[in-house]
Write a protein that binds this ligand. Structure first.
Ligand code: C5P
Length: 227
């Protein structure tokens, strides 16, 4: 089985209010992307990595990978205007004989090895894909403008995280330049069978500046340097 990781890292970071893309936001004095790159590099489950980079940031991504000693990084491709377009561009350079594509958001820097193991193990059980999910703890409302129009029954609802793993040809066939906010939605739309496995609260998604602080808290104190 050959497993290719695809990192969606081409988002703009507008909501972080930065002068650079979100993947290069500062997380403990390193670009945000460094954290997930290093974790995928260190995972025994992953053979190779492709990064969908923000346009113009392909070279900084490769330099970062070199600096971190991430020899599994095969390529940094130019991302698209939507997440799905970015993933499509990255999957296009995954070799045809790859067995599995594991798609991860750079915006979720804390990637536990156990979650990679959970989604990949599900594929061995014959599923087309597997995604980490967390139960909802809040009551969910449908809101139009500022008016609450419905309370949605929480039973059976879950929030989806990444990494999401797919049988590579299944993902390839499902990808399109769509507004879908995750790859699972595209595979589901084609009738693919997706297993939900337990997610992890550490897989926080960085959207707003406060999220970076939350991720720093999850990471804890930096290891003391040798100096
Ligand atoms: O914008 P949002 O945080 O929802 O994006 C989720 C992930 O998709 C991020 O890691 C972001 O870098 C990536 N993305 C992308 N290409 C885009 C938009 C988002 O790779 N055009």
């Amino acid at each position: 089985m050959s497993v290719w990781a695809v990192i969606a890292a081409a988002g703009s970071g507008e909501r972080l209010g930065l002068d650079r893309p979100k993947a290069f936001a500062n997380l403990r004095d390193r670009p945000l992307l460094a954290e997930s790159l290093e974790r995928l590099e260190g995972s025994d489950w992953i053979d190779s990595i492709v990064v969908a980079a923000p346009p113009g940031w392909e070279e900084p991504v490769i330099l970062l990978a070199e600096e971190l000693g991430c020899g599994k990084v095969a390529e940094a491709v130019t991302g698209g205007t939507t997440r799905a377009a970015s993933v499509t561009a990255a999957v296009a350079v995954v070799p045809q004989d790859a067995t599995v594509a594991l798609v991860h958001d750079a915006a979720r820097p804390v990637l536990p090895e156990e979650v990679i193991e959970r989604v990949l193990t599900a594929l061995n059980e014959g599923w087309d894909g597997a995604i980490p999910v967390l139960p909802l703890s809040d009551t969910v409302k449908r809101v139009e403008s500022d008016r609450v129009v419905e309370t949605v029954a929480r039973e059976g609802l879950a929030v989806a995280q990444t990494p999401q793993a797919f049988v590579a040809p299944v993902l390839r066939a499902a990808l399109s330049d769509d507004e879908a906010t995750d790859c699972s939605a595209l595979v589901e739309a084609r009738g693919g069978r997706i297993k939900a496995v337990p997610g992890d609260p550490r897989l926080l998604k960085v959207t707003e500046p406060a999220d970076l602080e939350a991720v720093e808290r999850v990471l804890g104190d930096p290891a003391p340097s040798d100096a």
